[in-house]
Design a protein around this ligand. Sequence first.
Ligand code: NAP
Length: 313
Amino acid sequence: MNAAPPFDKIALIGFGLIGGSIARAARVQGLAKQIVATAHSAKTRARVSELGIVDAVVETNAEAVADADLVILCIPVGACGPVAQEIAGHLKPGAIVSDVGSVKGAVVRDMALHLPRAAHFVPAHPVAGTEHSGPDSGFAELFINRWCILTPPEGTDPDAVEKLRGFWAALGARVEIMTPDHHDLVLAITSHLPHLIAYTIVGTADELEGVTQSEVLKFSAGGFRDFTRIAASDPIMWRDVFLTNKDAVLEMLGTFNEDLSKLTRAIRRGDGEALFEHFARTRAIRRGIVEIGQDSAAPDFGRPHAQLGKKAE
Ligand code: NAP
């Protein structure tokens, strides 16, 4: 006999890549008797109804959270504070309230301000994603073998933290707990700065005179293509990330600029030894990422290649 689902009702506020993936995975894993969703626009709500992944789609955030024992905000970071304020008076006592925001310090501050004591606030960030967004972009396997970082404020009920840890583990994620500030510093270098660099490079290439647009596209496989994938990420989400994780990003950007200056100097001086030493060190980091199973060792990220005499699949 199957065990009873750990939650009676899960409410998802926001149904894009992350909300949609949680819904699909929670359904496959039977984690709730009922999953209810809502989104900002009537268009997205209509699409979520059509998809038939959740048990009910409701019009308002307040309606969604009524009687829910797990509420997850899957919305842009900048919207979390106002939505927490909106739902605060409608939460069931004892409900776990969480989010999936890519920044934790600002979100925790903005949400905690409004949430009632009777709710258990356990912020979360699944470190998993793609450059796609919207209700059709989610998939049940998104979180498998990816990290989900929980940043519960001091004094949070340990049972609520364990329950959310179990939820994310059931979605396939590996769960780690840290403080919001530490999270923001780590993610500034592993995620936020790489996105900023990608946005910069793709923007620079776009503005280059002397290199025509068509050449940039035509020869994009030489490294540029991988930056364009990252730079295609949702503009609202990333605007909010840089507005809310300003201090940590600026700190990392300072270090990055110093390192870039060192490499610039090495190139200017023709210092091959410095360049080789640097590139050998970074190559080892890539190997380490593959060794711990966070990426594929397949060449070119596993992209299919055409073979002579055969078409690429
Ligand atoms: P998304 O695909 O753009 O979806 C965002 C959803 O939020 C949409 O359903 C949108 O509704 C809804 N929404 C926006 N404002 C709202 C509001 N005030 N009230 C209710 N719903 C609202 O975004 P996503 O990629 O899933 O990202 C959601 C969150 O996950 C962000 O905080 C992001 O930092 C975090 N995250 C993203 C990734 C990633 O790679 N994408 C990875 C980890 C964490 P409409 O469609 O109606 O506008």
